[in-house]
Design a protein around this ligand. Structure first.
Ligand code: ADP
Ligand code: 5GP
Length: 183
């Protein structure tokens, strides 16, 4: 399993989509969240969009490998989503924030972890604003989380600086290729 973490807006999702275009057997597990759907998102594709009560029901049933509250909303990795891909013989890549990444690294010591970082705080702010998917208060909450996340970059097996997108995507592809060949 590959864990990808890093500040919101650093480019995790963009890089993972690039890697999947080259390695289609690398599957993402659709997480559950209580955050509102963004324009263009689809329930069951980017996330399973749940109410708080629905999310807590899954917690009660032990359906999550890990779950957290991040920037005011709940997020969790559904056990069944991960196990389904493994049963199919595919590799799994999980895009999760720092506390979830820590929990999964503890539970699955063989997991390889990648930290995606922006070239600078100014560029991170620019990307978050340009993405135009969150209100300013939500952007501020994400930036506050980012400071903590950046301080933990060395906990990860690899760090990728996402400055030039093509170079960063090639770097992630090299890591994913090496990891998936060795299992
Ligand atoms: P994350 O998944 O880490 O929150 P996204 O993949 O949504 O981040 O990227 C945030 C924004 O930055 C998106 O609008 C994306 O198109 C843009 N972006 C990603 N990588 C780069 C890059 N290397 N250079 C410029 N913009 C980028
Ligand atoms: P976003 O709202 O931008 O889609 O995601 C916000 C943050 O939550 C990102 O850092 C993303 O990686 C993280 N995230 C997405 N799904 C999960 C999950 O299942 N568990 C955890 N711990 N974090 C997640």
């Amino acid at each position: 399993m590959i864990i990808v973490s890093g500040p919101s807006g650093a480019g995790k999702g963009t890089l993972i989509r690039r890697v999947q275009a080259v390695f289609p057997f690398v599957r993402t597990a659709t997480s559950a969240t209580t955050r509102p759907m963004r324009p263009g998102e689809q329930d069951g594709r980017e996330y399973h969009f749940l109410t708080d009560d629905e999310f807590l029901l899954h917690v009660g049933h032990g359906d999550f490998l890990e779950h957290v509250t991040y920037a005011g909303n709940r997020y969790g990795t559904l056990r069944e989503e991960v196990e389904r891909h493994i049963r199919d013989g595919d590799s799994v890549i999980l895009e999760i924030e720092l506390r979830g990444a820590r929990a999964l690294r503890d539970a699955l010591p063989d997991a390889v972890s990648i930290f995606v970082e922006p070239p600078s705080m100014d560029e991170l702010i620019r990307r978050l604003r340009a993405r135009d998917t969150e209100a300013e208060a939500d952007i501020q909450a994400r930036l506050a989380e980012s400071l903590v996340e950046l301080g933990a970059r060395q906990e990860f097996n690899y760090q990728i600086r996402n400055d030039d997108l093509d170079s960063a995507a090639a770097e992630m592809a090299r890591i994913v290729d090496a990891v998936t060949r060795s299992v």
